[in-house]
Design a protein around this ligand. Structure first.
Ligand code: 13P
Length: 250
């Protein structure tokens, strides 16, 4: 399967940043062995979709309800109507800032699938959980509680493993630790989805940069990357996409 490199712009970007999306989209034409996508803030979703012909465009969150009295919230159907093809759910910043539980994340993921969107479900342990030897158990519990249920779900789900302590810190797990975690995630996915769990992609996220992407993407069971800070300019994001492209050629 093609590696999947997704840029999560978080709460960054006004229309001035559309030129970066355009440059990323243009370059994607030369890098077709890699599947590339951006998740800009809601306010840029429609404009990014219009600017970009080749790359995937998605959102960073959605509400679990189809509609109703939820001031300030956005439904999955609204995202689809704005041009989104996927949505990220369960990012650790949402879990921490908005007290989202695994059950909330699952409800959002199921709403997204019902609206016809693909989903990227994020999981990952804190530093204290890793230090106490609980990383794999924590992630397994998050997978059990957060993944959308039903046989059809597996075909539209990507999992992103993002250790909380590696996000925005410049620190990353070792390639061996990533491989160990991703193998454990794969086993869990097979337990949850049966054979379909063998096929879905598991992304790594947390301080992925152009200079470490080749090494991190080569770790066992890593099917791509979810990139924060380094996705904000075409130059650095394309450095990561190019590393993924080279990894395939090698
Ligand atoms: P950084 O790449 O900035 O560490 O962020 C990772 C992330 O949270 C992507 O969702």
């Amino acid at each position: 399967m093609r590696p999947y490199i997704v840029g999560n712009w978080k709460m960054h970007g006004t229309r001035a940043m559309l030129s970066e999306a355009r440059a990323i989209d243009r370059a994607a034409e030369r890098l077709m062995k890699v599947e590339v996508a951006l998740a800009p803030p809601y306010t840029l979703l429609h404009a990014t979709r219009k600017e970009a012909a080749l790359i995937g465009v998605g959102a960073q969150d959605c509400h679990a309800a189809e509609g109703g009295a939820h001031t300030g919230d956005i439904s999955a159907a609204m995202l689809k109507d704005s041009g989104a093809g996927f949505v990220i759910v369960g990012h650790s910043e949402r879990r921490a800032d908005h007290a989202e539980s695994d059950a909330d994340v699952r409800a959002k993921a199921e709403a997204a699938l019902a609206a016809g969107l693909a989903v990227i479900v994020c999981v990952g342990e804190t530093e204290a959980q890793r230090d106490s030897g609980k990383a794999e158990a924590v992630v397994a519990r998050q997978l059990d509680g957060s993944l959308p249920q039903g046989e059809a779900a597996a075909a539209k789900v990507t999992v992103a493993y993002e250790p909380v302590w590696a996000i925005g810190t410049g620190r990353t797990p070792t390639v061996e630790d990533i491989g160990t975690m991703h193998r454990s995630i794969r086993e869990r996915l097979k337990a949850i989805y049966g054979e379909d769990g063998a096929a879905l992609r598991i992304l790594y996220g947390g301080s992925v940069k152009p200079d470490n992407a080749g090494e991190l993407l080569a770790a066992d069971e890593v099917g791509g990357a979810l990139v924060g800070g380094a996705s904000l300019t075409a130059e650095s994001f394309l450095g990561i996409v190019a590393a993924a492209h080279e990894a395939i050629e090698a």
